[in-house]
Write a protein that binds this ligand. Structure first.
Ligand code: ZN
Length: 179
């Protein structure tokens, strides 16, 4: 809830804004005066991760930074790359999925891609929509609705790919080999 009062407004409109502010509860008032980029929305014990398009942030509460997602240094690194690495990549990719791509680096809903990039992106997403729409879950007797799950499917694919690339690059450094 970010409230912008900028530009030219009629006195009547300003009175309406003030009326809205008056009806906001205490929590909402704190949000109005707070910089959302510094606001921590989640409980530290939450076992989940998040991407926020309106603040262009990824968030990993402490609850997520433990096994079976983050394995620490006493286990092979590959476990963490395959778990929290994929999750980090997933959240990053949300910034460029079918919804996140519409927001600029400051979290404003302001399309910044060229028409050509948009067209190519939409063309490529058709392939992913078809792929996922063909997945059938026998127990439910339903197919995945590939159009509806597109954002998550893009994020899953992007996350897995990024984690694998980082993992491969890291092992190449450790083993001192050229890729
Ligand atoms: Zn997601």
């Amino acid at each position: 809830c970010r409230l912008f009062i900028a530009g030219r407004h009629s006195q009547e409109r300003l009175v309406q804004y003030l009326s809205v502010i008056e009806t906001l509860n205490q929590e909402d008032r704190r949000l109005v005066h707070h910089n959302l980029a510094n606001w921590w929305f989640t409980n530290p014990t939450t076992v989940n991760a998040f991407y926020s398009a309106s603040t262009n942030q990824i968030r990993f509460p402490a609850g997520e930074l433990q096994k079976p997602f983050f394995w620490g240094t006493e286990y092979p690194r590959s476990l963490s790359y395959g778990a929290i690495g994929v999750i980090v990549g997933h959240e990053f990719t949300h910034g460029f999925d079918n919804n996140g791509r519409k927001y600029d680096k400051n979290g404003n809903l302001d399309p910044w891609w060229s028409m050509d990039s948009e067209e190519k992106f939409k063309e490529k997403t058709k392939c992913m929509i078809n792929q996922y729409s063909n997945y059938y879950w026998k127990k439910a007797g339903l197919n995945v609705k590939g159009k509806r799950t597109l954002g998550e499917n893009i994020a899953d694919n992007g996350g897995l790919r990024q984690a694998f690339r980082v993992c491969t690059a890291m092992f190449a450094v450790i083993l001192q080999i050229k890729l």
